[in-house]
Design a protein around this ligand. Sequence first.
Ligand code: SF4
Length: 456
Amino acid sequence: MLVDIKTNTELSDVAKLFYFGDCPDISLSADGESFSVNIDGKLTTHVYDDDCYNVIPLSHRIQRLSKIAVYDALRDYTGRNMPWGALTGVRPTKLFYECLREGFSKQDATTLMQKVYRISEARADVLNKIIQSQQGKIFFSDDYYNLYVHIPYCTTRCSYCSFVSLPIAKCMQQSYEYVKLLCDEIEQSMAFLAARGKKLLSVYIGGGTPTALDEKSLDALLSAINVSGVEYTCEAGRPDTVTKEKCDIMKSHGVTRVCVNPQTLNNETLVKIGRSHTVKQFYDAYECAKSCGFDINCDLIAGLEDEKPDDFIKSYNGIIQLAPHNITVHSLSKKNGSAIRYTDGENVGTTEMLNYVLANMGNYNPYYLYRQKRQACNLENIGLSLPDKECINNITTMEETVSVVACGAGAISKLVHDNKIVRHANVRDVGLYIKEYDDRLKAKHDCFSNVLDKCV
Ligand code: SF4
């Protein structure tokens, strides 16, 4: 059968690894383990009869070998290798776990990831380290869930932002109404899960910027969640929203982990990317959170506008010096919905930036990783942790090993049940979330009920 790859999302995703905009005409035909790829009239044939390909489950073999064939053909056609080879998915760790389930050792899995999927040695090695870090921390259970709460407000909008996020100064009144309904959604969702015997594993309040809420709203929100003794993260991503009073409120409600995110320690870049804070404000917020005894995560972005590898390395080393418990390094992604979505090209220095991170982790271990579409140089986002400070929520949510019950506008719940994952997305529009709250909450709980009450 002849396939024009433009008609096949998985295969055209492979082509997008090589071409940012227009790509040549590519078609593929398969005959058993032999694949022929035609790129603009140039035909190549690829045969995959080596035993190593048996690691791919039969149910996925044709599809994955087709992607590998298109990758191999484009690699030979362009003379370029990609860090993650033929992989286009969000979670490469899942394929590493698949090798382990087939009985391969971690070392053999590391080799297979390179041989079968064409990923680089450095990326295979980092996967091995991540699986090592996750041992004893990853949790496979239908009985637990992570609570995610979305706050759709920030001070300004970052140029790369694709999240549901509105300027808080213009939406103060709306935010009061939103938080009131959100508290109700949280209480009802938690009661719904508790009635079905589900236990809370961790809490993550993200957004947006939860600390963009005023003190009264933040206190009301955390009162509705009303838990203690679990890992409990509250993002305080914008340093200009962090105050001692808000830190005290978070502390008094059992928050254990706070994200204070500079993204870069370069004031000029902060202005270019539309953030409303300075490097000094980041350091002040960091000290404020530290003085309250939170575990702290700091996010950085590699590949920001006009930044050279040296700029990023300066920021990275600056954060390493502070020694937060976690550091998350994102490679810039030009996501749908962001202001930079239609800008051309990518920061080609991003590869050097991420390679620097992988080679200079100091006391940190990589502990989770994910990839996004349109990410600079086809790289990754990687979480680093000091020993025994890994965020369980990040691991279990990213590896999809426990359910996520998500509350708020645009929040996406994932129920992990009987080896299946059922998703439910809340409406993204904050106005509609408020207006249609009752009906939409009912629809969400009907969806949960369809999954959870069937086998009771
Ligand atoms: S801080 Fe995060 S949520 Fe807020 S505008 Fe920036 S990227 Fe978007």
